[in-house]
Design a binder for this molecule. Sequence first.
Ligand code: PMP
Ligand code: GLN
Length: 389
Amino acid sequence: MTQGRPLLNRRLDGFGTTIFAEMSALAVRTGSINLGQGFPDTDGPEEVREAAVRALREGKGNQYPPGPGVPELRTAIADHQRRFHGLAVDPDTEVLVTAGATEAIAAAMLALLEPGDEVIAFEPFYDSYAACIAMAGAQRVPLTLRAPAFRPDLDELRSKITPRTRLLLLNTPHNPTGTVLTREELTAIAELAVAHDLLVVTDEVYEHLVFEGEHIPMASLPGMRERTVTISSAGKSFSYTGWKVGWVTAPAPLVTAVRTAKQYLTYVSAGPFQYAIAEALRLPDTYFDTFRADLRRKRDLLADGLRAAGFEVHRPQGTYFITTDISPFGETDALAFCRALPERHGVVAVPNSVFYDDPEAGRSLVRFTFCKRDEVLREAVGRLRRAAS
Ligand code: PMP
Ligand code: GLN
């Protein structure tokens, strides 16, 4: 306190330490298996790592790279959008490289929102959405995805649009529920966005992790390209979450707006990794297919194991998270459950309850990640099963 005033800006009141940091620290402190924070325990393709080493050695990106990102990566992102999604994007004016998707989200909120604007987003929210909307001085308006199906209620969405609504913040595949929006759902959302002249910011970081259905980029729907800011990241698609290479694709005026904010957040993103991710984006289809098949198998391994251990399991269509319900154990408080789980059973998970404004909606929901080696998943399941019996 100085002058009797709290140090933290009131907008960030209540945000404290992220649940991911809290739970990962708990895993380290207790020596537990960490199925909380979503990061793989095996690094991505060797050739991508070698490309980063080569860039460092050759002095590519060791000094400030261009603000929008190095041309090699911007071109690779544009080619990726065409190859996987049939989207034509100009690498010079419609692509912005960011420090992970996290910075893209922050820059988009800071650039596109005025204080008092309303942002409709799916609840449970990925944690940085709430914080970034708050930092921009705007208001979040939850559209709750309810168990067991976790689908958006489109009538409810319609009823939440007001004259103050500025943008829809979407996430598909959705963290933490694993919901992948269907073409019908996206089309209905798109029609509302057009009818009410709303911007759409869509977080598609799990675009390559779809096990059921297909990933449909919002920007590919009629009328949407001109109003959509698409965000993605190399972290999830290439298992290098620590490199923090993300990107935005959008029409030039929207990219210019987001870049304006980004310039004063990080100025530019780290250089050498950009060259490596440019190569990663050009990996053959077999890489993406094998990666997805491998994770689908891991999803099933963990889902079956959690069910056998007594959890109610909501099998995800995408992402690398499984949402479970702990009610079958007579437990109702996900946060207390997750804080006790490491001491009790040597496993760390994340309470979905912290991603809800409505304290009831996610009270007994707990998320486990399956982006770990099979033997780690088996050991975790074994510990949980022993505990349940
Ligand atoms: N959005 C979602 C939905 C996420 O799950 C994550 C975390 N992986 C991010 C954004 C942040 O991605 P990055 O690590 O690239 O900043
Ligand atoms: N996106 C990751 C998750 O949901 C965590 C990233 C982070 O810690 N911010 O687990």
